[in-house]
Structures are given as structure tokens and as C-alpha cells.
Design a binder for this molecule. Structure first.
Ligand SMILES: NC(=O)C1=CN([C@@H]2O[C@H](COP(=O)(O)OP(=O)(O)OC[C@H]3O[C@@H](n4cnc5c(N)ncnc54)[C@H](O)[C@@H]3O)[C@@H](O)[C@H]2O)[C@@H](O)CC1
Ligand SMILES: [K+]
Length: 479
């Protein structure tokens, strides 16, 4: 029931209605096949839904946007935090197996038709952005040693070298095994044209000459212990005190099992591309997510919905709290090598919260689509509203239930009203706009608009819902 006079909506009233509706057998009569989240998970919808999703506002994700500061409205509200939310990180985020990572790569180049060059460019840009964040207030002339391997991980490193040059850093590339394919020879040429040195051997005295080392040797294509000359390179890396950032996985690690071959290599930061791989569970340090190119459909297909969203124009997000969990072997190795804890070095000086407390609101799986219940006083108003919603692409379809009885308390008395119920199928990211639209066109001052997440359904039907609705007004699909 909506509220017809100047009064505040009463949450218990809405909740009771949701519970009731979920138990309502005739719901299955809707022609589309969809499954709703249980009533208890309705409160887990993204903050965009809960808090109105104002432009630029962070939704409930556990990474904080890069370059945010304490004044930014992207910062999360520490009052919403809980340690439990932070400590359950590894359970929340889907970690990819080697096969899944390869399958996503193939899919991206299949249906969405990305070329490897496109993906590599975005991956390398993410890596460069993460390094810039990791170095926190760097002297722009910082020297960065970038070690590139023979596959696409190495290609990401070459792209990152170029972007880091344009950001104002001084990159130097080591590229011992260079494939003859034009993709790679062009990337080398682009670096050399900028005056970036691309050599074949590890330089002398890395600690004295470089502020940061980038490990772009091997990614999810690695199999077995590293062969020469890479095994030797890893031995050097394992002993360095210079901060090291690994691209996609720490090189020499098994994609799933971690440091299976005992390299002892523990980078200070990791930039996972597309999604963290299983070995990331064994990594302790600053953990970034990059590769802002995965379409929502693919994200859903691989269960990647709980990954942090990229706010605004950020090319990467930091998954906060990755270095704070447990005190296992990863911490021991790093401390044993005498490195400064990157958390101490970075987080406090940048005024970040020590963890991202809004993760308390992060659902295990953020729905892309929702059903929004809206009540109206009569059939005429309901019908006009339904047409308006569909016309403006705010809903793909609206079902009208001609009569529902709503029971609620009003000024201390139990009331009963006949109303008409609208059920709109739409994108979760459109809920703030849809609510505002309904409020504008509704005769109640505070109409009821409540959303329940759709956790599954016919793929073709859901595809149709996506195609029949528009992007949110700020152009960012926060769903
Ligand atoms: N969809 C994605 O997530 C994207 C991934 N990209 C990058 O591509 C990477 C995967 O690329 P690749 O499949 O080329 O794999 P890698 O770059 O991990 O390495 C493959 C190369 O390493 C060699 N190799 C494998 N095991 C070895 C060993 N034990 N010793 C010595 N050499 C060994 C192989 O012969 C091959 O030349 C990802 O990790 C990521 O960095 C990006 O470029 C673009 C998009
Ligand atoms: K790597």
C-alpha cells in the first residue's frame, strides 16, 4: 500500500507485503520464467537500490575506487562495516580455475568479438593505473622495471609500459623471449619509439635503480615449473626488497594451487584481470581488479557478480582487506623477506578505510534484474503508469494484478484497502530512476516501490528484459 498523505513510508509494511507476495502461488502464472530472491535477501540489494544510487555514488562493493579521498562521496560509510564482512571475502568472490579463465578469454573473442589487441590494451591500461595507485603519491620520475614473458601476460606488461611512460614514469622493459607475431613486435616498437629501453637481460642492482618491479612474465597460460631463463629470473625476484606488482597471477605460481613449485615468490600487489584466479586465495597483499571489458551477460554466466564495480572512469578497483585476513604463510614469507607492509605504507597515508565496510551489504550474487512491486489506487492509474514505464524503457514488461487487498496500520488502526498491483520487470540499476519516475507520476505522495532481485530465469527472456530497457541515466550500469 502506498501512503496517500504526508507521512513516511513504514518499512515493516513493505516487508510484510514482500513476504506475502513471495508466498503467493499465482506469481508463477507470469508468462516469463523467473526466480525471485528469498525475502531475506531483498535487503541485500545493491546500495544503488537501497540508497537511491545518486550519480557517482558508490554502490555496495568492497573495493574502493582509485584516487578516492576522504572527502569523496565514493568513500564507504564505516558505520555500516563489520569484520565478518571483510573476513568472508574469499568466500564471496568467485575465483576462476585455469580452464574458466581461458574459456572467458575465448568467449570474449567469440560472441562480443573482441580482438586480443583490444583486450590487451585495456588490461595493460588497468595494470598501469593500478601501479600508479600502488605507488601512492609517486615521484613521477619513478623508475619501473617491467619483466615481460612470452605470452599475453607479457603483452599486458608492454602495454602497461607505454601507459606508464605517458603517466610520467620511467619504464624499462626486460623481454627475453619475443614472439614474432605483429601484435608483440608492434608493442615493442611502440615502446621503443617512446625511448623505452626493451632489453633481454635482467639489469644489475635492481634495488638501487628501480622503485618498483612489474611481473608480467606469466599469467593463466602457465603450466609447470618455469623453464629457463624464467626460473632464474624468479630466483632474483624472490629475493628483492623492491616492491613488486604481479600481473594476473604471481609468476611461477600454479594458476590454482599457488606456489606449488616452491619459488618463494610473494609479490606485494596483484592486479587480477577479469576476475581473480584460484591462486589469489593464497596471495596476501594489495589486490587490484582490472580489465574493465567483461559484458554483464558473461559476468553472470561465470558467477562473477560479487566482484567490485568500477566506479566512474576508473580502470581498476582495489579489493580492500585482501592483506588483512588470517596470518598464514603468505604473511610469513613477506615479513621474512623484510619488506615493508604495503598496507602500512599506503592505506593510512591515503586516508582509506582499513577495509571496505560497505561490503556488509554486498550480496553473494548481485542480481542484474529485479521485479518492482508498485501499488496504485485504481485500474486507470495503474494502467497509465504501466504504459509510461514501458514507453520510457524503465521496465521491459509490467504485469497488472487488478485487485489486491492491502492490510496495514494507519494512525494506530488496522486498515484494509483494495488496490491494484503492478509488477515491473527491469534492470536493478534502473530502480532509483524508476522509483523517482513513479513518485512523479503517482497520485500518492509516497507510493510503494519495492524491488526484489531476480536470481535466475530463462536466458532468452532475461536477454529480452535487458534489450527492452535502457542504460541508467548516468550511462553506468550499476546493476
Ligand atoms: N581475458 C583476459 O582475462 C585477458 C587476459 N590477458 C592476459 O593474458 C594472459 C594469459 O595469456 P596466455 O594464455 O598467453 O598465457 P601466459 O602469458 O600466461 O603464458 C603463455 C606462454 O608461456 C609459455 N609457458 C607456459 N608455461 C611455461 C613454463 N612452465 N615455462 C616457460 N614457459 C611457459 C607458453 O609456451 C606461452 O608462450 C592472462 O594471464 C592475462 O595477463 C590480456 O592480455 C587480455 C584479456
Ligand atoms: K604475472
Amino acid at each position: 500500500a502506498g501512503i496517500t498523505s504526508h507521512a513516511h513510508p513504514r518499512p515493516h509494511q513493505a516487508l510484510a507485503f514482500v513476504t506475502h507476495s513471495l508466498a503467493w502461488g499465482s506469481f508463477r502464472a507470469i508468462s516469463s520464467s523467473i526466480t525471485l530472491a528469498s525475502a531475506s535477501s531483498v535487503g541485500d540489494l545493491p546500495t544503488a537500490l537501497n540508497e537511491g544510487g545518486k550519480g557517482g555514488t558508490c554502490r555496495s562493493f568492497s573495493g574502493v575506487p582509485l584516487h578516492s579521498d576522504s572527502n569523496s562521496n565514493n568513500m564507504v560509510d564505516p558505520s555500516k562495516g563489520s569484520d565478518a564482512a571483510v573476513s568472508s571475502w574469499r568466500q564471496r568472490i568467485t575465483l576462476l580455475t585455469q580452464k574458466e579463465a581461458q574459456a572467458i578469454d575465448e568467449e570474449l573473442m567469440g560472441t562480443p568479438g573482441f580482438t586480443v589487441d583490444q583486450l590487451m590494451e585495456l588490461a595493460g591500461l588497468s595494470v598501469a593505473s593500478a601501479i600508479h595507485d600502488f605507488l601512492a603519491q609517486p615521484t613521477r620520475s619513478a623508475s619501473i622495471l617491467i619483466l615481460c614473458g612470452p605470452g599475453n601476460n607479457g603483452g599486458d606488461g608492454l602495454v602497461a609500459a607505454r601507459h606508464l611512460y605517458h603517466f610520467g614514469y620511467r619504464p624499462v622493459v626486460v623481454y627475453p623471449k619475443r614472439p614474432a607475431r605483429p601484435l608483440f613486435t608492434n608493442l615493442v616498437k611502440q615502446c621503443e619509439d617512446l625511448g623505452i629501453h626493451v632489453g633481454g637481460d635482467m639489469p644489475e642492482d635492481i634495488e638501487a635503480n628501480f622503485d618498483c618491479v612489474v611481473d608480467a612474465l606469466f599469467g593463466f597460460g602457465t603450466a609447470g615449473p618455469l623453464r629457463a631463463p624464467f626460473g632464474e629470473m624468479m630466483q632474483v625476484l624472490s629475493k628483492l626488497t623492491t616492491p613488486i606488482v604481479s600481473v594476473d597471477i604471481p609468476s611461477g605460481w600454479d594458476v590454482e594451487a599457488g606456489d606449488l613449485y616452491g619459488t618463494g615468490f610473494t609479490p606485494d600487489a596483484l592486479v587480477s584481470l577479469t576476475a581473480p584466479k584460484k591462486c589469489a586465495a593464497l596471495f596476501r597483499g594489495r589486490h587490484y581488479l582490472g580489465g574493465r571489458f567483461v559484458p554483464p551477460g558473461l559476468q553472470h554466466q561465470y558467477g562473477l557478480d560479487a566482484l567490485p564495480a568500477y566506479p566512474g572512469t576508473c580502470q581498476c578497483v582495489e579489493i580492500e582487506g585482501w592483506d588483512e585476513e588470517g596470518g598464514d604463510e603468505g604473511d610469513k614469507d613477506r615479513d621474512g623477506r623484510g619488506r615493508e607492509d604495503p598496507k602500512d605504507r599506503e592505506s593510512t597515508s591515503r586516508g582509506r578505510p582499513s577495509a571496505s565496510p560497505a561490503s556488509a551489504l554486498t550480496p553473494a550474487s548481485t542480481p542484474e534484474f529485479v521485479v518492482v512491486w508498485i501499488t496504485a489506487p485504481d485500474a486507470k492509474e495503474a494502467s497509465a503508469l504501466a504504459e509510461r514505464l514501458v514507453e520510457s524503457d524503465l521496465a521491459a514488461c509490467v504485469n497488472i494484478v487488478p485487485r489486491v487487498d492491502s492490510v496495514y496500520k494507519w494512525e494506530g488502526k488496522v486498515e484494509r484497502n483494495g488496490e491494484v498491483l503492478l509488477m515491473a520487470k527491469t534492470r536493478a540499476s534502473l530502480v532509483p530512476e524508476l522509483s523517482a519516475f513513479v513518485t512523479k507520476h503517482h497520485s500518492y505522495d509516497v507510493p510503494e516501490t519495492i524491488a526484489a532481485g531476480i536470481v535466475g530465469g530463462g536466458p532468452e527472456y532475461l536477454k529480452w528484459v535487458r534489450e527492452s530497457t535502457r542504460e541508467p541515466a548516468d550511462g553506468r550500469d550499476t546493476g
